[in-house]
Every structure is written in structure tokens, then in C-alpha cells.
Write a protein that binds this ligand. Structure first.
Ligand SMILES: Cc1cc2nc3c(=O)[nH]c(=O)nc-3n(C[C@H](O)[C@H](O)[C@H](O)COP(=O)(O)O)c2cc1C
Length: 210
């Protein structure tokens, strides 16, 4: 079988991590670089990633996550935080980044800037939150696939209280919101879930070729 498909079959949402095994700093950096390289709508990257190692904070977060053990027993906890009520600064910062990265002028990008502003800035707050959160989920998918390729285990998690996370991590005052969480580490040999067959619809059920 194709190697990447082997890796995607190898991965599973890890329920029990082996807390004695640590993801190396070099592998952590590779994962974070992969997160950085993720594509986003217009390229706006309306999110930040919190990498949490601190045990006390993770104990608090576990309480806000239905006591799920992955929160404390993984090597790292990534909290992917979207920008739920972004304003024109999101677009202006991005334009500045293109100018310095690609050596073009702001004037060259005026049309692009205006089209992003008119598409995004008048959205109702709920839609801004949804759109920016969607972008954070693309990071989540990339991280899971990259980790699998590196034979690092992960558990994507929505089972947590966002308000409590925002409070514990001080996200709201930074204009951020906890969108989704990824526990990263190495599976315990005692995690029976790793042996369960994957439950998926067949290609015929979910794919339409036209
Ligand atoms: C966005 C998202 C949120 C999830 N939240 C949780 C969670 O809070 N706790 C958990 O143990 N698993 C969680 N899962 C894992 C799913 O249940 C799991 O990915 C799915 O059943 C498919 O199984 P597999 O990933 O092992 O192949 C989540 C998965 C995704 C993609």
C-alpha cells in the first residue's frame, strides 16, 4: 500500500498516551513549521497556536476538558486559537507581510486589500468566528497528517469548554478564541483503541465522480 496511506491507517485518535515518552524538540519544531506552512483563505492565517507544556496549566485545562487524560499525558498540548472578531488590522498586517516578503508595493496590492476587506469585514460576528475557526481546522488536519507521517501520535479534541480555555489561557483579551485542541505524543501500548478497525464510509458512499 502507498506509504502515506499506511501512515493514515497507522494513526488513530489516541486515548492513552505514554507520558514517559517525549516528542523531541526537533520534531516539535518540524510540526510547528508544518503548521506555519498551512494554507488559509486569502493566506490571512487568522489564528495563533499555543503550545502547552506546563503541567499546572494542563491540569487546569484537563478539568475544563471532561477530565480527558490526553490533556495531561501527551508530550504537548496544542491549542489552535482563531481570531473571532478580527478587524482591518488582520488584512493590513498581511499586506505589510506580502510587501516585505515579495518586494511589491502597497499600491500594487490595493485592489487585493480592498477585495479582502469587502468580503470579510462586514460579516456578522458569528460568521467571522466561523470563518476564522474553519481556517484553524485546516492547521489541525495538516498537523495530524504530518505527525502521522513522522509516527507521532495525536488526538484532535473538541471535547472542552471554550470559555474556560479562553479564561485559563487569557485568550479573549488577545482577541483569540480556543477553536480546537490537539494532544501530541506517543501512544501507550495499553491503549486498546489502537487495535480497533477504522470505521469509515466506503468511497462509493461518500465520493461522487462527475
Ligand atoms: C474535530 C475533532 C474533535 C474530536 N474530539 C475528540 C475528543 O474531544 N476526545 C476524543 O477522545 N476524541 C476526539 N476526536 C476523535 C474522533 O472521535 C476520531 O478521530 C474518530 O472517531 C475517527 O477515529 P480515528 O481518528 O481513530 O481514525 C475528535 C476528532 C476530531 C476530528
Amino acid at each position: 500500500m502507498n506509504t502515506i496511506l499506511n501512515k493514515l491507517n497507522w494513526r488513530y485518535a489516541t486515548k492513552k498516551f505514554d507520558s514517559s515518552k517525549q516528542v523531541s524538540k526537533a520534531d516539535l519544531d518540524t510540526l510547528l513549521e508544518g503548521a506555519k506552512l498551512t494554507a488559509s483563505s486569502y493566506g490571512l492565517q487568522p489564528y495563533e497556536i499555543y503550545v502547552i507544556k506546563n503541567d499546572n496549566i494542563r491540569q487546569e485545562l484537563r478539568k475544563a476538558s471532561y477530565n480527558q487524560p490526553q490533556i495531561t499525558d501527551s508530550s504537548y498540548l496544542f491549542v489552535l486559537a482563531n481570531k473571532p472578531n478580527f478587524d482591518e488590522a488582520l488584512i493590513d498586517d498581511y499586506i505589510d507581510n506580502i510587501v516585505s516578503t515579495r518586494g511589491v508595493t502597497k499600491e500594487d496590492l490595493e485592489g487585493y486589500s480592498q477585495s479582502m476587506k469587502s468580503a470579510l469585514l462586514d460579516l456578522p460576528n458569528d460568521d467571522k468566528n466561523k470563518w476564522s475557526s474553519n481556517q484553524a481546522y485546516i492547521v489541525l488536519g495538516n498537523l495530524m497528517t504530518l505527525a502521522a507521517e513522522m509516527e507521532i501520535d495525536t488526538c484532535p479534541m473538541e471535547g472542552f469548554n471554550k470559555e474556560q480555555y479562553n479564561k485559563i489561557l487569557g485568550l479573549t483579551k488577545k482577541g483569540l478564541n480556543a477553536a480546537v485542541v490537539l494532544a501530541v505524543g506517543y501512544r501507550s501500548t495499553e491503549d486498546d483503541t489502537q487495535h480497533y478497525p477504522k470505521v469509515r464510509y466506503s468511497q462509493e458512499q461518500i465520493i461522487t465522480h462527475i
